[in-house]
Write a protein that binds this ligand. Structure first.
Ligand SMILES: C[S@@+](CC[C@H](N)C(=O)[O-])C[C@H]1O[C@@H](n2cnc3c(N)ncnc32)[C@H](O)[C@@H]1O
Length: 228
């Protein structure tokens, strides 16, 4: 059964190119995912299709109104849907969460805009996800980041299913260095071990490289790796 994904965003055009390329495109063609872009503007009832208003209590910027988002969600929601609000105030997105979301059958992403959303919209969500400690102008790109990471983990989406198992974070470490042809490029050669054909030794070398890279770049990951 295909994983259904609905992205509720005021800027669907920002994502149309993203959905028509590479793995996302192939995943839809293979029938592994069904992705719909839903604009709250289509659910605004006034003639100007208003989706924002001034904040109660004063202050700068505009706030995303609840009614169009509620109606958009009611249109696409199913009993099995898992609703995610994209927010810089949410839990930070990591690979483990991507794996968890890839097992769901229906994901709905709500993307904010303007100064923020009416807090009542947050009550619609099962969880809030942030893609990092910085603030984007709207949630479309943030949702795209999560969708991309999730879709490549849906079974049979990647041509070689083993490749995702070796990715950074999958076993708690950063991935080892990779090389392809040419064997020597601008005077830098490929490590000799990779040319030996000795798969046991290559695996050992790769694991060692993974450990060293992680120690150097992300020592925080090693703490939980040692405890696994
Ligand atoms: C300009 S931001 C609003 C930020 C809000 N004023 C705050 O300080 O928390 C507008 C929208 O972009 C999205 N967004 C911005 N940064 C994000 C992040 N790091 N992760 C996920 N979504 C983000 C959210 O949907 C948010 O509602």
């Amino acid at each position: 059964m295909a994983l259904k994904i609905d992205i509720i965003t005021l800027f669907p055009e920002m994502l149309t190119g993203f959905l028509c390329e590479s793995i996302l495109k192939k995943a839809q063609e293979k029938g592994k995912v069904e992705i719909r872009l839903v604009s709250p503007r289509d659910f605004a009832k006034d003639k100007h299709k208003t989706c924002d208003d001034k904040p109660f209590g004063g202050g700068s910027g505009m706030v995303m109104k609840p009614e169009p988002v509620f109606r958009a969600l009611e249109k696409v929601e199913t009993p099995e849907a898992h609703v995610i609000l994209m927010s810089p105030q949410g839990e930070k997105f990591v690979q483990k969460k991507a794996r968890h979301l890839a097992q769901k059958t229906h994901l709905i992403f709500i993307c904010g805009h303007y100064e923020g959303i009416d807090e009542r919209i947050s009550h619609l969500a099962d969880e809030e996800i942030s893609i990092g400690d910085y603030v984007l102008t709207n949630g479309a790109l943030a949702a795209a980041v999560v969708v991309d990471a999730v879709v490549r983990l849906v079974p049979d989406v990647l041509g070689n299913p083993d490749s995702a198992l070796k990715d950074s974070f999958s076993n708690g470490l950063l991935e080892y260095p990779q090389y392809t042809r040419p064997r020597v490029f601008r005077e830098e050669g490929v490590p000799e071990i990779l040319l030996t054909g000795d798969h046991q030794k290559i695996e050992k070398w790769r694991h060692q490289q993974s450990l060293e890279k992680t120690k150097k770049r992300r020592p925080d990951l090693l703490l939980s790796y040692k405890n696994t």
